[in-house]
Write a protein that binds this ligand. Structure first.
Ligand code: FAD
Ligand code: NAG
Ligand code: NAG
Ligand code: NAG
Length: 602
């Protein structure tokens, strides 16, 4: 009940705030209501990658581009642009609201044994509802892609210029860094709404994390304030960065509420798409190419609906097979585990702060305060926890800190079951606190996404296969130990930090409290996604039977069709996935244009 009242008041705050926001003079009047019968390029999905692809392709006034987005226009939605209201977008009309399938012995503490998978269904895609953390991941991630695909274009040297191209770094100390770009549409800043952040960083240093002012620079290892995609405290989604400024281009049509149900394929050539726009079905033709950017859940879904996918699976659903490819396989995701911490001093926001007058004034006049902060995520730590990862300088652990008491609002987002929630709510009392969230960077467990039926409106089935590999559980358990070291370090002890967990949780009380078995049990019980699924239209070397697309992102065995989004990653990168996905969009656009940026050897 109180959660509902909270959310209600926050909506009211949003209405009050909206008059000062979004004066980009971008209105829905510039959207395409009727579609032409053909375009040179059709981009499916206006999310993190699709917005970039459509924006860059339409820079050439001699080509025509159509961007089709299933969700709504974002420009008139204050809760998208006020970061502190991000949670209003979860389980809303702007969210596909997926759920993973239950899995034996894992996620037993979650409602229905399922992890809740938010995915943006709005212009900007998941970048319109995510936590805005700007992380590029490790150079080794890209060098690994390059080595595997036999295409040096994916190596760190070659992708770094694409990260920089998007970027407008606004953090004063980093503006002269060779790793950062200026003048791009995607603005990057620090967030400093939570006084506790400084204590967490000091405690991290005391616990052995070096202070690293730029995890997007030479090395990731260490702890610091996170870099976020924001501008004057507002969210910088890809819709806002890449699409709003170009809505007036005569050669670009942006259509919302336009869901693609199928790619039309003739003689192994993709020639058009079937789309349902505002409830009416039509076919639009592509003179040159179709670029699928519907994300790691929907890109494989659309391919399979179009007859591109695992032969046996498609036959079982009576979908005529066009090309037999491992679409939907190779699903990988980051997971985290939540450890509640209470503090004595009022150094974090309390939940009621989001709706008070002072917070609104801070946000309105200075772009600061709790409303500028997405889920109060303002500090990140990265660590190489094994001998091998240390030698390589390739962190396998990331720690997020959500600087607010993990109350029922957060637990509902985590999809905890009623019993889990009740037990944790009882522990997580108090106004001020945070949660320490260790997460696995390079999971070995691999799942799949498959179709439930041939109906494009049936949600696909998500078999995450979480924590199947022992090493994935071990990374989380090592992460729990790191959280303990940080919380027990003096700077946090000085403000009275204590784990809210004092004894065993009932789900794992058969094990000795605090033993390895205990934590392994608890991790299996209630670890959950941090929303970074990738890999379901895997990129590989030409002809590789485990790959869906080649290194130029062309679907194998079909012409005129590429995939450009998080689904092409062959392996999950060691960091949050938004910036890497935007990079993929930038590079895809150049691959289509037949251009490339010179490498940068840093
Ligand atoms: C709650 C949450 C928090 C996150 N926090 C962070 C973070 O802090 N930092 C970070 O780096 N990453 C974060 N991520 C992950 C990151 O946002 C995603 O990895 C990234 O946005 C994926 O980009 P994409 O282009 O692959 O897909 P998306 O951005 O999801 O875009 C896909 C788009 O395609 C549209 N679409 C789907 N199907 C169809 C169809 N049939 N027809 C037409 N359009 C269609 C969708 O509506 C959507 O707009 C978070 C994600 C979530 C959900
Ligand atoms: C929006 O910006 C324009 C020009 O930048 C300005 O003239 C106008 O007053 C602004 N509107 C609001 C509501 O602030
Ligand atoms: C759609 O067709 C009209 C009429 O031919 C044309 O003027 C317009 O430029 C086309 N739109 C795009 C985005 O190419
Ligand atoms: C997906 O994974 C599930 C669970 O492991 C398995 O039963 C199913 O056959 C897989 N589906 C496909 C199409 O690979």
């Amino acid at each position: 009940m109180s959660a509902i009242v909270n959310v209600g008041l926050v909506v009211l705050a949003a209405v009050v705030l909206r008059q000062w926001l979004l004066n980009d003079s971008q209105t829905s009047a510039q959207l395409a209501e009727t579609l032409n019968s053909s375009y040179d390029y059709i981009v499916v999905g206006g999310g993190s990658a699709g917005s970039v692809v459509a924006s860059r392709l339409s820079e050439d006034p001699y080509v025509s581009v159509l961007l089709l987005e299933a969700g709504e226009f974002d420009g008139d939605r204050p809760q998208v642009f006020i970061p502190g209201l991000a949670l209003l977008n979860l389980r809303s009309n702007f969210d596909w609201w997926y759920m993973s399938e239950p899995q034996d012995g894992v996620m037993t503490g979650l409602k229905g044994g399922r992890s809740y998978w938010p995915r943006g269904k709005i212009l900007g895609g998941s970048s319109s509802l995510n936590a805005m953390q700007y992380v590029r991941a490790s150079r080794h991630d890209y060098d690994r892609w390059a080595e595997y695909t036999k295409d040096e274009g994916w190596s760190y040297q070659h992708v770094l210029p694409y990260f920089k191209k998007s970027e407008d770094i606004q953090i004063p100390g980093l503006q002269n860094s060779p790793y950062h770009g200026q003048g791009g549409p995607f603005t990057i800043n620090h967030l400093k709404s939570q006084p506790l952040s400084a204590k967490i960083i000091q405690a991290g240093q005391a616990a052995g994390f070096p202070y690293n002012e730029d995890y997007n620079g030479r090395t990731m290892e260490g702890i610091c304030n996170s870099q976020v995609n924001s501008l004057n405290g507002e969210r910088m989604s890809t819709g806002r960065a890449f699409i709003h400024p170009v809505l007036g281009r005569p050669n670009l049509d942006v259509a919302v509420r336009a869901q693609v149900t199928k790619i039309v394929i003739k003689n192994k050539k993709a020639v058009g798409v079937e789309v349902i726009k505002d409830g009416r079905k039509c076919v639009v033709n592509a003179n040159k190419e179709i670029i699928l950017s519907a994300g790691a859940v929907n890109s494989p879904q659309i391919l399979m609906l179009s007859g591109i996918g695992p032969k046996k699976h498609l036959e079982s659903l009576k979908i005529p097979v066009v090309v037999d490819l491992p679409v939907g396989q190779n699903l990988q995701d980051h997971m985290f585990f939540d450890m509640g911490v209470r503090i004595r001093e009022p150094l974090t926001s309390a939940w009621q702060d989001f709706k008070n007058w002072w917070s609104q004034q801070q946000f309105k006049w200075f772009g600061t305060g709790p409303l500028s902060s997405p889920f109060n995520l303002e500090v990140l730590a990265f660590k190489s926890t094994t001998k091998e990862t240390k030698e390589k300088d390739w962190p396998d652990l990331e720690i997020h800190f959500i600087e607010i008491m993990p109350n029922n609002i957060l637990m509902d987002i985590f999809n905890y079951a009623e019993e889990t929630k009740a037990e944790l709510a009882d522990r997580n009392r108090g106004d001020y606190g945070f949660t320490c969230l260790p997460s696995i960077m390079r999971p070995e467990s691999i799942g799949n996404i498959s179709l439930k039926s041939a109906d494009p409106f049936d949600y696909p089935l998500i078999y995450a296969n979480y924590l199947a590999a022992q090493e994935d559980r071990e990374v989380l358990i090592r992460g729990i130990q790191e959280c303990k070291k940080i919380v027990n370090a003096k700077p946090l002890q000085d403000v009275g930090a204590e784990f809210t967990e004092k004894g065993p949780e009932s789900a794992c009380k058969q094990h000795r409290y605090d033993s390895h078995e205990y934590w392994e049990c608890l991790v299996k019980h209630r670890a959950l996604t941090i929303y970074h699924p990738i890999g379901t239209c895997k990129m590989g070397p030409k002809g590789d039977p485990t790959a869906v697309v080649d290194p130029e992102l062309r679907v194998q065995g079909i012409s005129g069709l590429r995939v450009a989004d998080a689904s092409i990653m062959p392996w999950l990168v060691s960091g949050n996935t938004n910036a890497p996905t935007i990079m993929i969009g930038e590079r895809a656009a150049d691959l289509i244009k037949g251009k490339k940026l010179p490498p940068l050897d840093l």
